[in-house]
Design a protein around this ligand. Structure first.
Ligand code: NIG
Ligand code: FE
Length: 433
């Protein structure tokens, strides 16, 4: 997918096992956790981003084998050496909320919005999610895999190493399964770590317009059991929102999902606060996502729960809707993740550094808080905390090597610039230029 620049690698003839790579003279090795942690960072903890200056890191096969200060690196043979002076090394982003499998872009709706229609008005006219469902049903699995892979390669270049991907543009037994099979197929063609979420309850499809209970029952009686039997999803999602799915409908589907082993990760409070946060917490949701419209009580209940609040600042940016009140969630000691929401309707971008910039500029997150929210907490929001999300010996070597920059704060500061020079996924180097 990318060409490896051999000039930047000094290859040593001997082929020892395991394959050992040294990254040396790192200006700042950032996102270190000496040991694996068992719960996501919350409240004040989010502001601590551990960093070692003038550091080295050793990769053995696909794992982080050691790291430390350059002065403590003892002489040994490596298969590859990567020079990282003036550069920062940090864990790749874990983007815990995307809809990266879709058939076509929707820039016509973008223009409609510029001309004055709202996202909801477009949806009411048959655009929005139903438009994507129509297109997806007409598109072959092969084409969906190919277009999603291109998007994955694009987000790899901006530092993403793990993705949660949702269904939700199928809205029938056949097409929801097709989407999840596409996600399963994607795993074979990328070094990106992928988790799959069933989002059959994304919108009521046209066939069920006058029979919404029929669609809910289809999800409960056919889609969930089949998806679970074929092990096609890790999570269950519901778009709990005015004009989409009610709190009672979500509650019912989360209960059915739980009986089939699917953990909830749900869309709540994007446009209205209708009680979705509390219902999701009560059903032990791993995360509640969006949170643009939060009452004081929503903030308190979320912050006191074990559920991660996932904010999607690029969605607020693109739709021109409020940004989630994250400072208040942090002040109340809540756990926070940042994801992109990459999808053709509300967020046609999977660029995590841009989401970081928005979180800092629009939501007053410190760069350290924002980086923790997209690395270790993003990993927690997809149950990948034992393998990804930090610089920890034994974790998978998923690493970002920046261009020469002055500090990691420069990454969100220099919005729109790609500060990333190399990305290592599962120990394999990819040049991103
Ligand atoms: O997360 N809000 C629901 N779903 C997506 C948008 C889906 C679409 O417009 O296609 C979101 O914003
Ligand atoms: Fe979404």
């Amino acid at each position: 997918m990318y060409t490896i620049d051999q000039n930047n690698l000094s290859t040593i003839k001997k082929h020892s096992h395991p394959m050992k790579t040294l990254i040396k003279n790192i200006k700042g090795l950032t996102g270190i956790l000496e040991e694996k942690i068992h719960s996501p960072l919350r409240g004040k903890e989010l502001a601590t981003l551990n960093q070692l200056e003038n550091a080295y890191l050793i990769i053995e096969n696909d794992k982080i084998a050691a790291f430390g200060e350059m002065g403590n690196l003892f002489s040994q043979d490596f298969d590859y050496e990567i020079e990282a002076s003036d550069r920062f090394v940090l864990p790749t982003w874990c983007d815990s909320h995307t809809h990266i499998v879709y058939a076509t872009s929707r820039e016509k709706e973008f223009v409609d919005r510029i001309n004055g229609l709202t996202y909801q008005e477009i949806a009411n006219r048959g655009g929005g999610i139903l438009n994507s469902a129509k297109r997806l049903r007409e598109t072959s699995k092969e084409d969906l895999v190919a277009s999603a892979l291109k998007r994955i390669e694009t987000v790899n270049r901006t530092g993403t190493g793990a993705l949660e991907i949702k269904s939700g543009y199928g809205l029938s037994v056949e097409s929801e399964l097709k989407m999840l099979e596409v996600i399963k197929e994607l795993k074979k063609h990328t070094n990106t770590t992928i988790k799959a979420t069933l989002l059959a309850a994304h919108a009521i499809p046209n066939e069920y317009k006058s029979n919404r209970d029929g669609y809910i029952e289809l999800i409960a009686k056919e889609i969930i059991p089949t998806v679970a039997k074929e092990k096609l999803a890790d999570y269950i999602d519901v778009f709990c929102e005015t004009n989409y799915f009610t709190v009672d409908e979500m509650t019912y589907l989360l209960e059915v999902g739980a009986s089939y082993g699917l953990t909830p990760k749900v869309h709540v409070n994007q446009f209205t606060s209708i009680g979705g946060v509390q219902a999701a917490i009560n059903h032990k949701a791993l995360s509640v996502d969006h949170l643009e419209e939060m009452t004081e009580q929503d903030i308190i209940d979320l912050s006191e729960s074990n559920t991660i609040g996932t904010i999607l600042p690029s969605c607020s940016f693109f739709l021109g809707i409020p940004y989630a009140p994250v400072r208040k969630i942090i002040e109340n000691n809540g756990a926070l993740a940042i994801a992109t929401d990459f999808n053709p309707g509300s967020t046609p971008s999977g660029n995590v550094p841009f989401a970081l910039s928005l979180a800092c500029i629009k939501q007053r997150l410190l760069p350290a808080e924002a980086i923790n929210a997209t690395t270790i907490n993003g990993a927690f929001a997809m149950n990948l905390e034992n393998e990804l999300g930090s610089i920890t010996v034994g974790k998978t070597a998923n690493l970002i090597i920046t261009k020469p920059i002055s500090s990691v704060d420069y990454i969100p500061y220099s919005f729109g610039e790609n500060c990333i020079e190399k990305v290592i996924l599962k120990g394999k180097l990819t040049e991103v230029q």
